[in-house]
Ligand binder design. Structure first.
Ligand code: NDP
Length: 318
């Protein structure tokens, strides 16, 4: 069984920022990257809203830079997936693939969230070439163009109204005859002139060519007819799933699975286990806010370990 002071699970901006701070605080952090090394940003093209990159940077490049920065201070970054935890004992026990067996004094959960997709083959084919699950990341590329957003909840309305500020026309594709979004958000829709809601429509196919998305084939369940709309971008706004599954036995989450943290900190209900980034943030979900909370998690872990050492030294001395 390998022992360590600080294990960081995940490899997005939250995880690597936590690693940079933890490494510089001599916690010798180990990062277990997870299924999608680099996290959600690796599925976007240009990142233009992360401070410090006046010309922008691609998502994968930014993640590579963050990883290198963490490694420069001694972070041990490993390929692997944590599948099982035991937070009932100290040090904490963690297992995973391939053959991971770890004991850690502190754990930082930065496993992020995964955007939900419809599961269509054509959607997969045009991912990053017109299909996106992040309007704030990719909306800029659709200035003056027509786009569609699937979903009728707060996320979809937020995406659609954001896109309406950039695009010529935005269609919302809503499967029911009403929106699920809150009244405040619905009012935003009503006030947005270049936004049209296609109620009782479902997506059959994302259409495109070598250059990317050109349209969407929809089914109108009220009339039973198929209709085609011409768009350059197809955005998913049907929610996210926080990757908190392996921790739920011990860690408190809200009803949708986002990890609850104490007040303004990254402390979970288990002392010594911290959460940062999209796995605990259903609202902001930005690279920069994730990075900020990763920094907080490392500082919280450092404080926890320092206090624990003082308590243990006292026990030994007495
Ligand atoms: P929701 O679960 O609230 O909404 C998901 C939407 O996507 C629903 O309209 C749902 O349709 C639709 N949908 C789901 N699956 C499919 C599918 N396969 N095909 C077509 N449509 C589908 O998720 P959100 O991400 O919008 O919100 C999650 C939580 O976060 C909510 O509590 C929300 O209030 C909050 N939030 C708040 C924001 C804010 O206040 N600014 C911004 C974003 C989120 P149907 O209604 O038919 O089930």
């Amino acid at each position: 069984m390998e022992k360590m002071k600080c294990l960081i699970i995940g490899s997005g901006p939250a995880a690597y920022t936590a690693a940079i701070y933890a490494a510089r605080a001599n916690l010798s952090p180990v990062v277990i990257e997870g299924l999608e090394p680099g996290g959600q940003l690796t599925t976007t093209t240009d990142v233009e809203n992360f401070p410090g990159y006046p010309e922008g940077i691609t998502g994968p490049e930014m993640m590579e830079d963050l990883k290198k920065q963490a490694q420069r201070f001694g972070t041990d970054v490993r390929f692997g997936l944590i599948t099982e935890v035991d937070f009932s004992k100290k040090p904490f026990g963690l297992k995973g693939d391939p053959g991971i067996e770890i004991e850690a004094d502190s754990v930082i959960i930065a496993t992020g969230a995964s955007a939900k997709y419809l599961g269509l083959e054509s959607e997969e084919k045009f991912k990053g070439r017109g299909v996106s699950a992040c309007a704030t990341c990719d909306g800029f590329f659709y200035k003056g163009k027509d786009v569609a957003v699937v979903g009728g909840g707060d996320s979809a309305v937020e995406e659609a109204t954001y896109l309406a500020g950039l695009a010529k026309k935005v269609y919302m594709i809503v499967r029911k005859d009403h929106l699920r979004a809150s009244k405040v958000m619905q009012a935003r829709v009503d006030q947005t002139e270049n936004l049209e809601i296609l109620y009782q429509h479902t997506t059959k196919e994302v259409l495109g060519d070598d250059m990317g998305v050109t349209g969407v084939l929809l089914h109108n369940s009220a009339t039973g007819e198929d209709v085609e709309i011409k768009v350059d971008g197809f955005f998913l706004g049907i929610g996210h799933t926080p990757n908190s599954g392996p921790f739920k036995e011990y860690i408190d989450t809200d009803e949708t699975g986002y990890i609850n943290t104490e007040g303004n900190s990254t402390r979970t209900n288990v002392p010594g286990v911290f959460a940062c980034g999209d796995v605990m943030d259903s609202i902001y979900r930005q690279a920069i806010t994730a990075a900020g909370s990763g920094c907080k998690a490392a500082l919280d872990a450092e404080k926890y370990l320092a206090e624990k050492d003082i308590v243990e030294t006292d026990i030994i001395n007495n």
